[in-house]
Design a protein around this ligand. Structure first.
Ligand SMILES: [Zn+2]
Length: 59
């Protein structure tokens, strides 16, 4: 492979703008953060059954 320029292939999965190598696979920090937040949001949205399962039953 010859690296002439940092021509990034692909598009941002969020907004479809050309991918920036720095923020692969996104186009910008904004999109990267947004995706990360979505990801974390989904994780947090899961039922927190496991969170208190261990020491909650302390009587
Ligand atoms: Zn984007």
């Amino acid at each position: 492979m010859s690296s002439k320029k940092t021509v990034t292939k692909g598009k941002c999965p969020l907004c479809g703008a050309p991918t920036q190598a720095e923020f692969r696979p996104f186009c910008s920090r904004g999109c990267r953060d947004r995706d990360l937040l979505n990801w974390l949001g989904d994780a947090y949205r899961l039922p927190g059954k496991n969170l208190q399962a261990d020491d909650a039953d302390f009587d």
